[in-house]
Ligand binder design. Structure first.
Ligand code: ATP
Length: 554
């Protein structure tokens, strides 16, 4: 099956606005595929090059692709930049230049074989395996070779695929629905399959064979994380669970991490289901010998107290995590067990999972600790514990329904988070303005957006609360992502996620998103999140409600 055909389907789908018609189109295409072709096509369409959790990564960034496109088309850098700015999309720019200037499959004298899905995937796998000295040049030469064998349309989608630009929430949902329709299976089953395997390709092939129902939990295959809703106050938690007990835990300000251990091997996955094992050597050592999948938080922790998130980030930014291992030790606080000794615990109630966790780890194991837990029954008890957690240096409390199953990839009221400040939002930086005075020449004011359906809507601008070094880093990074220079400000490709704190939020027509913040400030750069993890307009709606409720209570 050819890559060209897949590109035609994607192109056609992008031109249709009706979601139902998109689904029908993709379903029809997928129905004609099987085996590896189906796996690759479904995975590519959902925006992933490799199965998530496979540890494979193309390692091809924006600047390498710019270089490759320039070389293949022979376009001078200025011409390429100009096309890129006009479209705001490097894939589209590559296509235009190839059409106008030649380069790629159409220009070769000998009619090349059309690029097959399997051939392309094989090449991309080889690309991911290149490492070590001179790897940039070797990767570049492979990417160049690949682009040269592409038609202009194929080049467009290859570039978008490598940049991760096909991966937005909306597209993923359409592909899931298309798989359900193509093979006559339940959408919920497809979604569950996706959360169990992290790979749309495997899900599609299992759906075709009618074997989705047999999927189980397996170590080293990352699972979608369960997420929490934000509470306005301790009272709200008590009102939602009248007369019931809740499990309370500290709310750690660290990095969410899923720890997989089995047969002497250990791997740790981030929220984006990326393999971050390398970053936490001490946790890996402590986990050896376990046969389990745990959910928890990697926290910078010293002398019995948590260190600020900033410290952890400092360590994560180092190429070699061992450099700061002594200065910034990490403890993995496990708060859930999803699998122990060959058995899935996903459908067990939380109190059972906690019991299994405590039995497994006892009083802890090296750099792995069991998060303490309390049982609370009233708003008063919650408020008391909340004060204690703050006094001990934690961010607040998590409150969980002891009867709840582990809901993969879901946010809901079974888990609730309570913080001092109003909940922060994770937004994508889409532009930036130059600062004044000491910050002249630095991009210190960030324009940020959140998702509204499949679209990013600007909701505000914040003078960043980042340190000088972070602002310098941000300026450099933003310049790499620049798509348009408007003099006092630049617009950038949406890639960087920042956590924005603020005093309150309310409806307003000041920004296209329809909300405005009071005193927004950038709290941190979320290197562990990608644009697809940013928050949505629905969350702002909910936060505006909380703002109103808190204002009334005062
Ligand atoms: P979210 O993870 O809900 O999208 P976020 O990344 O902005 O939001 P917060 O709103 O600050 O983070 O809090 C939720 C996060 O808190 C969880 O994803 C998890 O990483 C972290 N967390 C800390 N302690 C716990 C705990 N005891 N149980 C569950 N999650 C916890």
């Amino acid at each position: 099956m050819s890559f060209g055909e897949l590109c035609s389907v994607l192109e056609k789908s992008a031109s249709i606005s009706s979601r139902l018609m998109k689904v029908a189109l993709i379903a029809e295409y997928l129905r004609g595929l099987e085996g590896e072709d189906l796996e690759i096509a479904a995975r590519f369409m959902s925006g992933d090059v490799y199965p998530r959790g496979s540890g494979l990564d193309a390692g091809v960034g924006h600047s390498m692709l710019m270089e490759a496109v320039a070389e293949v088309t022979g376009a001078p850098r200025e011409e390429l930049l100009e096309a890129y700015r006009r479209h705001g999309d490097l894939g589209e720019a590559a296509r235009e230049l190839m059409e106008a200037r030649g380069g790629g499959a159409l220009a070769t004298l000998v009619q090349a074989e059309p690029l097959s899905l399997r051939g392309l995937y094989g090449e991309l796998t080889r690309l991911a395996r290149i490492s070590g000295e001179g790897s940039y040049q070797r990767k570049l030469s492979r990417v160049r070779g690949l682009l040269a064998s592409c038609s202009p349309l194929e080049a467009k989608y290859l570039v978008k695929l490598l940049l991760g630009e096909l991966r937005t929430g909306a597209v993923e949902g359409v592909v899931e629905q298309a798989i359900a329709e193509a093979f006559g299976v339940d959408l919920e089953e497809v979604k569950r399959g996706r959360l169990l395997t992290g790979d749309m390709g495997e899900v599609a092939e299992l759906a075709r064979r009618g074997e989705l129902g047999r999927l189980g939990v397996r170590p080293f295959r990352p699972l979608g994380f369960m997420l929490a809703e934000a509470l306005a106050s301790p009272q709200e938690a008590a009102e939602r669970y009248p007369g019931r007990e809740l499990i309370a835990e500290y709310k750690y300000d660290g990095i969410r991490a899923q720890l997989h251990a089995s047969g002497g091997e250990v791997r740790i996955f981030s929220r984006r289901l990326e393999d971050v094992t390398r970053s936490f050597p001490e946790v890996v050592e402590s986990a050896r010998g376990l046969d389990a999948i745990l959910d928890g938080e990697a926290v910078a922790f010293r002398d019995g107290r948590p260190l600020p998130f900033r410290e952890l980030q400092r360590r994560l930014r180092r190429k070699d995590p061992r450099e700061l291992m002594e200065e910034v030790p990490v403890v993995y606080f496990a708060y859930d067990a999803l699998y122990v000794g060959g058995r899935s615990l996903l459908d067990e109630p939380l109190r059972e999972r906690r019991r299994a966790l405590e039995e497994l780890l006892g009083g802890g194991r090296g750099s792995i600790a069991v998060s303490p837990r309390w049982t609370v029954r009233s708003a008063g008890e919650i408020a008391e514990l909340f004060r204690r957690s703050r006094a001990e240096g934690y961010e607040g409390l998590m409150l969980k329904d002891p009867e709840s199953a582990y809901e993969l990839g879901k946010r809901g009221w079974k888990w609730m988070k309570l913080k001092e400040e109003l909940d922060t939002i994770d937004a994508v930086v889409v532009g930036a303005e130059y600062g004044h005075g000491r910050r002249a020449g630095l991009l210190s004011d960030l324009i940020f957006a959140v998702w509204d359906g499949g679209e990013l809507k600007v909701v505000g601008k914040a003078y960043s609360g980042l340190t000088d070094r972070e602002i310098e880093w941000m300026t450099r990074r933003l310049k790499e992502l620049e798509v348009r220079d408007e003099g006092l400000r630049i617009l950038v490709r949406p890639e960087i996620v920042v956590e924005v704190a603020f005093d309150s939020v309310q409806e307003s027509d000041r920004h296209p998103g329809g909300y405005a913040f009071r005193f927004p400030r950038i709290k941190s750069v979320r290197l562990d999140k990608g644009p697809e993890d940013a928050d949505t307009i629905e969350k702002l709606r909910r936060l505006a409600e909380i703002s109103r409720a808190r204002a009334k209570a005062k």
